[in-house]
Design a protein. Structure first.
Ligand code: GLU
Length: 487
């Protein structure tokens, strides 16, 4: 058999915020297509009008792009299989529903919601495990159907699931899966509003868009036999299926939960995670190269990724500590200045993250002190805020000897002729010795008076950057003495 061109897809439904797990699945699909020089397609599955959220599509496209991932065909870029919005493909689904009606593989159903509800209740009372449509409308003859259509009785179109058939498909991750057709309901293909169901539209579009591999979360396995039946009813070749583990909160229930932190893909960026670090973390949620290598660029991932190495587990743990560690690794190895190829350095990323609130020149100066101390961009504000604004000093956390400590610091620093780190170190340390102060206590008071915090980057290096004028002003403000700065 001739090998098909590799074409993968991601098919977001605009029903809410894009989840971090979606980015993981998208990444796998994207990488697989790139590995084989194929195409990665984005399709918007917006046929569920009840769950449709206005503006969600734009936000989904935006967040995918902000992770640096691009699609070869789809919204905004177009492609040979336009349109890429299912809501604009209704005629295609109608046409295909007609094909199945003509083949006897689908039928009109005019049952009302009330009747279906009653039917389900009766089945439940008989302890039927999963309720199914009782095929009442399958008994209608041609003339009855035509009359109802003429009278505009609302209807859905259902698939006629073949009786006594074993539905079998191969999953590239899990292996062979087999389900008796008696387990499958005569699913609705076209709803009463004329829109297709997910099951119907997904099969038609994956076929027409020539998708070679359907890679998605394993919560879709129960749907796949329904899709297989549709491929068979149309007489189409099936794509390869690969169902990948879903994500679970580390050490907790099943799903990721807001109680533990970010869940939406955008939230992670808002928290100050770098897209490359998050992607690197996501690569390992369901796949492993089988080596010790943990830091992966996208190109390296494309090279090493393979479906054979996808984990055969149901769920993989989302370890937030690991993500934080990964992010700190990326921050530490980032260049501070922008790179010649235009890639933004850490300075620009911080500048952008804080919306230009902090001066880029100062950011650049203080980053060497902070780069190994911040795990997210957001933490920059916690550690560096004092460089930009006068801190609030809580005198209650100073030692009993604080006045003497700070007065001495003022005296020593005022008298310094040069404002280098070693001048400051030597000046302060010899005065501490001379006055018999406790070194730790002195420096803690000094640190708090200048920064407002007990936890800061190295204090002497920080005050070199802050400058003599500013440091003396701060010390004097705490002491309550007039800012009579002489130097
Ligand atoms: N629209 C479905 C979703 O929201 C796509 C599922 C699939 O990949 O087949 O996840």
């Amino acid at each position: 058999m001739e090998e098909k061109r590799v074409r993968t897809r991601m098919a977001p439904s605009p029903t809410g915020e894009y989840h971090i797990g979606h980015i993981r699945t998208l990444l796998y699909n994207w990488a697989f297509a790139k590995k084989y020089n194929g195409d990665f397609i984005l399709r918007i599955e917006d046929t569920d009008r009840e769950r449709f959220v206005a503006g969600a599509t734009d936000r989904i496209l935006e967040v995918i792009k902000s992770y640096g991932l691009v699609w070869d065909e789809g919204p905004q870029v177009g492609g040979p299989h336009e349109p890429y919005f299912q809501s604009q493909r209704l005629e295609i689904y109608q046409k295909h529903a007609q094909i199945l009606l003509d083949k006897g593989a689908a039928y009109y159903c005019f049952c009302t919601e009330e009747r279906l509800e009653k039917m389900r209740e009766e089945q439940k009372a008989r302890h039927v495990v999963s309720t199914k449509y009782d095929r009442l409308c399958l008994k209608l003859d041609k003339s009855e159907i035509e009359k109802k259509l003429k009278d505009k009785v609302p209807y859905v179109i259902r698939m006629k699931v073949p009786d006594n058939k074993e539905i079998t498909f191969n999953d590239l991750v899990i292996g062979d899966i087999s389900v008796p057709s008696s387990d499958i309901d005569d699913q609705v293909l076209i709803k009463s509003d004329g829109f297709p169901t997910y099951h119907f539209a997904v099969v038609i579009d994956d076929h027409l868009m020539e998708i070679s591999h359907v890679m998605r979360g394993n919560d879709w396995i129960p749907s796949t036999p329904k899709h297989v039946l549709l491929y068979q009813a149309f007489g189409w070749d099936m794509p390869y299926f690969a169902h990948i583990p879903n994500l679970k909160e580390m050490g907790a229930g099943k799903k990721l939960s807001k109680r533990f932190g970010a869940v939406a893909a955008k939230e992670f960026l808002d928290e100050g995670y770098l897209p490359e670090a998050v992607l690197n973390f996501l690569m390992f949620l369901g796949w492993n190269p089988g080596t010790d290598k943990e830091i992966y660029t996208l190109n390296e991932f494309v090279k090493d990724f393979s479906i054979e190495k996808i984990h055969k587990t149901d769920l993989v743990a989302f370890d937030r500590n690991k993500l934080l560690w990964m992010n700190s690794q990326y921050i530490q190895k980032s260049q501070i200045s922008d790179l010649p190829d235009g890639k933004a350095g850490l300075k620009s990323q911080i500048f952008k993250f804080f919306g230009g609130k902090y001066d880029a020149a100062v950011i650049e100066k203080i980053l060497p002190l902070l780069q190994t101390r911040i795990k997210t961009l957001k933490e920059f504000a916690d550690l560096a805020g004092f460089f930009f604004e006068k801190p609030k000093v809580d005198k209650k956390i100073l030692s009993n000897n604080w006045k003497n400590h700070l007065s001495m610091a003022v005296e020593v620093l005022e008298s310094l002729e040069k404002w280098g780190k070693s001048d400051i170190d030597e000046g302060l340390l010899s005065a501490v010795k001379e006055k018999n102060f406790k070194t730790g206590e002195f420096f803690m008071d000094f640190r708090i008076a200048v920064t407002g915090s007990k936890f800061t980057p190295p204090i002497n290096e920080s005050i070199v950057i802050l400058g003599k004028y500013e440091v003396l002003k701060r010390l004097k403000a705490v002491l309550g003495s007039k800012s009579n700065i002489k130097y």
